[in-house]
Design a protein around this ligand. Structure first.
Ligand code: NZQ
Ligand code: ZN
Length: 389
């Protein structure tokens, strides 16, 4: 078991009606608030009005229209400007991973004099950030409980993961009823994203019995609850269980002490959505079974077979290779069953830019590190992308 240093300083308030805690949580951090949100779902659901009502004692500024796969040159730059011009004290992010991630980059940029992109890319160290409170409206990324922000720059096809301990939200308000209105497409994509977060942590050597058990429970919960939430969007228990797993799945708690996987499917997916602006969870669902198939070899087969018997319910008595192959098939079939388009062509990606994307991934994502569970060369990446077409 490896050494680790772990801290998640975010306060999580979870459950029906917990929005009533918002004024107290925000009030401790400041009176001048930047309210950030996306393309309008919070107005349709009535959450915007509710929040404005709760903020009557605050001075509220707004940044709306944050895009899925949030864009640097529009949303981040605008948000930083509003914060600086109005001496904002705290950011209230209401939405999904895109709104939260954009708000985290804004929070860091607001207290930095230079170009925020230099913080995002790590060219300049982050030395602080405005405090962030969020109200989550979609279960998926775990941004509400981690220190990551994924920001896209359309001009250069970059989609960069910005990780810094200053980016943890101070407080996350999680009411599963706010996810009742999430579409089938986004519900399924969110589940696939969280499953990928767990798998990116599971496929590392060495691992611990505790971590393996947490990963197994998390994936089982998602696979049991996703079909229920898709059939009955207002099933509180299913939505709540999905939300809680998603919240835990991305902050590293499932792999403390484990070896590194390098998060290869995320590294590859960030290029897909950087080049083609696709939905993150769909890209991951398409790539993951192809990645597993590609890396299956004598070195990895035992772990993939273990994934099969302990998580995917493959029956015992088969060879390791048969078990691993069945596990990959079951994973693929599950994604099909929740309605995810399972080829790149179905999400608008053809062979034209495969070479360019494989090269972009190879030089930016560090997936060839020999210490990883299954290092990937540029050629490997290209073959996985081609197999996903
Ligand atoms: O923009 P609005 O109108 O709010 O609509 C959104 C958006 O169109 C809609 N939506 C959200 N809540 C809703 C709702 N529609 C109806 N009812 C509700 N209650 O859903 C759409 C997708 O929202 P988005 O925030 O983009 O989804 P998600 O939470 O999946 O976030 C994806 C982004 O997070 C990044 C992804 O790369 C992508 O950019 N990630 C962030 C991570 C992190 N911070 O740790 C890790 C992940 O691996 C991921 O990379
Ligand atoms: Zn993800």
């Amino acid at each position: 078991m490896n050494n680790f240093d772990f801290c998640t300083p975010t306060r999580v308030i979870f459950g029906k009606g917990v929005i009533s805690e918002l004024p107290e949580a925000l009030g401790a951090l400041g009176k001048k608030v930047l309210l950030t949100y996306g393309g309008g779902s919070i107005k349709k659901t009535g959450l915007y009005e509710k929040i404005i009502g709760l903020l009557k004692d605050f001075e509220v500024y707004e940044l709306s229209g944050i895009e899925p796969n949030p864009k640097y040159s529009t949303s981040v730059v605008d948000g930083v400007r509003i914060c600086k011009e109005n001496k904002i004290e705290v950011i209230l992010a209401v939405g999904g991973g895109s709104v939260l991630d954009c708000s985290k980059a804004i929070a860091a940029g607001a207290v930095y004099d230079g170009e925020t992109w230099d913080l995002i890319t790590g060219k300049v160290p982050t030395k602080g950030a405005l405090p962030i409170v969020d109200v989550l409206t979609i279960a998926a990324t775990g941004s509400e409980y981690d220190c990551g922000a994924v920001i896209s720059r359309t001009e250069t096809n970059d989609k960069t993961a910005y990780l810094d301990s200053y980016l943890f939200p101070v407080c996350s308000i999680l009411d599963p009823t706010y996810t009742f209105t999430v579409s089938k497409k986004q519900t399924a994509a969110g589940v696939a994203d969280a499953m990928s977060h767990v798998m990116e942590q599971y496929f590392g050597n060495p691992s611990t019995i505790l971590n393996d058990g947490m990963c197994a429970a998390a994936i089982k919960s998602l696979m049991i609850n996703a079909p229920v939430a898709l059939k009955e969007p207002d099933n509180y228990d299913a939505r709540a269980q999905i939300m809680f797993v998603c919240t835990l799945a991305c902050n590293g708690i499932f792999s403390l002490g484990n070896g590194l996987s390098g998060w290869p499917c995320h590294g590859m997916e960030h290029a897909l959505s950087g080049f083609y602006d696709i939905t993150h969870g769909e890209g991951l669902a398409i790539l993951t079974p192809r990645w597993l198939k590609h890396i299956l070899c004598d070195k990895t087969v035992k772990r993939i077979a273990q994934f099969g018997t302990e998580i995917m319910g493959v029956k015992s008595g088969l060879s390791d290779y048969e078990t691993a192959t069945q596990a990959i098939r079951k994973l693929y079939d599950f994604f099909v069953s929740i309605g995810i388009p399972m080829s790149l062509k179905e999400v608008g990606i053809d062979e034209k830019r495969i070479d360019e994307m494989a090269h972009h991934i190879a030089i930016n994502e560090g997936l060839d590190d020999p210490s990883l569970f299954a290092p990937l060369s540029e050629q490997d990446i290209k073959e996985i992308l081609i197999a996903s077409l």
